[in-house]
Design a protein around this ligand. Structure first.
Ligand code: GDG
Length: 527
């Protein structure tokens, strides 16, 4: 299900030029696991579900599986790395990762046609606990989503975040030269760009921050706000999903660093002897492969699914989320409970399917959320369920792409109610899967996706339960013509701004900036 990256033309090859592309992310594109343990350290944010067996020499050793990128950015970038013989640096979290890597932690991927280097970084349990669960997911994640009271600013977390960023930075430095294009992903690596630039100032550094960036009033609560911003200003290009996050970042720079020059109009920061360009790149989905997968599942899939889960109602609403407190799952269940209360005639007529992926379960706030969600589902089902009808069907299995797209395709209404979300790709995937143009997207105005899809989706504020209830009712009663008209408009937006268009935009911007840097006389206002 890799993206059709043949369309990633010109832009990336010229942005990379004669140098090499180095991608740095917390999660790796390929994970090796022993077959008998099946360990994929699955309590995570990565979506690698496609396992194949790797020949292990046939010496009676334990068989090893390779989990491959199944979708999203990882699957999109993998062929780009292959075509440019690049390097992907990531945490080696599979239990068999070390067995297949060389003594430096490197392994050539993909297994059937080794064409780029996956450089694995080994982390101890303590590093995982403090850098990943601690600072990344108990400080930066809640802070960036506006939940200051959910943060745990323990100094151990911070010290470990620094040392792991240093570890990754050292690995990047080993492989980077003046011609390299280095692309950092996400909030796990705010400090690394500056560390690497200090050693190899001539290379080109870019970073995509996948989550929201909050306003200064929130960000200033972080004791390390200055170091984080300085770290990110090591980049030449810093990307966010929306203009709002760029503006928030600029405001934070202005407040945190007296000696930085912030050019709001030019979307640029000058700090020390270096400039960082900011740019909104709203990420898209691999619409063509979602459409293909959706087309490949027929009504027999849906009949079987309904039979398996005892779904007897005429209409089905759907939610697909990692079990994360930012996704507004409890708010959604509250609205549904209120809906069946307010509209008793809808009992038996509408079922809700909640597809939930367990996530970050070692963190107490996530354990609380899991308990709250289960409790709400049980309560609703006890309260309204009958012998013939279960109001909420709760699914925790990870589904293959085809089945997920089948769910998208045949569900009448999609409920996306995140209380804060950088983008929300699920909303876009639902739209891309609507090959019959007959579904309705209900979308939270607190998501990045709202900026692009808000005009034709039915929009809600997830905290306004009453408004949410009315919107569910409106979605169920929208007539076919209007559904088709809205969905066509949404689909056009999602298809024309897909993942490949997004990658092209990022690489072309990098290329423009690189050219400008190399020939200072050229027009400076490239973005
Ligand atoms: C972060 C930001 C931003 C889920 N269940 C299954 C499955 N999934 C896939 C979906 C979708 C992905 O997981 C979830 O993406 P989201 O964007 O909704 O959310 P986060 O994980 O929080 O991602 C977010 C994103 O980064 C990208 O920048 O949009 O704001 O928080 O692609 O399809 N895929 C399969 N089976 C499942 O059961 N195959």
């Amino acid at each position: 299900m890799g993206a059709n990256t043949d369309r990633v033309d010109g832009g990336y090859t010229s942005a990379i030029g004669d140098g090499s592309l180095i991608v740095v992310s917390n999660r790796q594109p390929y994970t090796h696991t022993y077959e008998d343990t099946g360990d994929t350290t699955s309590d995570d944010d990565s979506i690698n579900d496609d396992s194949t067996n790797q020949d292990n020499g046939g010496n009676g050793e334990r068989a090893i599986n390779v989990n491959r990128p199944a979708g999203g950015l990882t699957a999109g970038l993998d062929p780009v790395l292959q075509r440019t013989d690049g390097t992907w640096i990531a945490w080696g979290d599979g239990d068999a990762d070390e067995a297949v890597a060389n003594e430096n932690g490197a392994v050539r991927m993909p297994p059937e046609d080794p064409s780029y280097t996956l450089q694995r970084i080994w982390l101890t349990d303590q590093e995982v606990e403090e850098y990943y669960y601690g600072y990344s997911n108990r400080v930066l994640w809640p802070l960036c989503h506006g939940g200051v009271w959910q943060t745990d600013f323990a100094d151990d977390h911070w010290q470990r975040y620094r040392s792991v960023n240093r570890k990754f930075a050292n690995s990047v430095i080993e492989r980077t030269d003046a011609d390299s294009l280095v692309w950092f992903q996400d909030y796990h690596f705010a400090l690394a760009p500056r560390l690497v630039r200090e050693e190899v100032p001539e290379a080109f550094y870019m970073h995509f921050w996948h989550i929201t960036w909050p306003g200064w009033d929130t960000f200033r609560a972080c004791p390390q706000h200055r170091e984080l911003i300085e770290g990110l200003l090591g980049n030449d290009l810093l990307g966010f999903h929306t203009e709002r996050y760029c503006e928030n970042f600029l405001d934070c720079v202005e407040e945190a660093l007296d000696d930085a020059f912030v050019d709001h109009e030019g979307n640029r920061v000058h700090y020390g002897d270096h400039a960082t360009a900011l740019r909104a790149f709203p990420m898209g989905v691999d619409a063509a492969s979602v459409r293909r997968a959706s087309n490949s599942v027929g009504t027999e899939f849906w009949d079987e699914f309904r039979a398996n889960y005892g779904i007897s109602s005429e209409k089905v609403a759907l939610g697909v989320d990692r079990l994360d407190y930012t996704k507004g799952i409890t708010e959604r269940l509250a609205a549904l409970e209120e809906f069946w209360e307010a509209y008793p005639e809808q009992r038996g007529e509408l079922s809700y399917v909640q597809k939930a992926n367990e996530s970050r379960s070692l963190i107490p706030e996530y354990q609380d959320l899991q308990a709250d969600v289960t409790e709400a589902v049980d309560r609703i089902n006890d309260r309204f369920g009958t012998d013939d009808w279960t109001p909420v069907v709760y699914l925790t299995d990870f589904l293959p792409q085809e089945e997920l797209c089948g769910l998208y395709r045949f569900s009448d209404v999609m409920l996306v109610s995140a209380v804060r979300d950088g983008m929300n790709l699920v909303a876009k995937e639902y739209v891309a899967a609507q090959v019959d143009d007959d579904g309705v997207l209900v979308l939270s105005d607190q998501t990045g996706a709202y900026e692009e899809l808000g005009e034709y989706a039915l929009t809600i504020n997830p905290y306004d339960t009453e408004g949410f209830v009315e919107t569910i009712d409106a979605a169920l009663h929208m007539e076919a013509g209007q559904r088709a008209e809205r969905m066509r408009a949404l689909r056009e937006q999602v298809e024309s701004h897909d993942l490949v268009a997004w990658m092209n935009d990022v690489f072309e911007t990098a290329e423009d900036l690189r050219e400008t840097r190399e020939s200072p006389d050229a027009d400076a206002d490239v973005i």
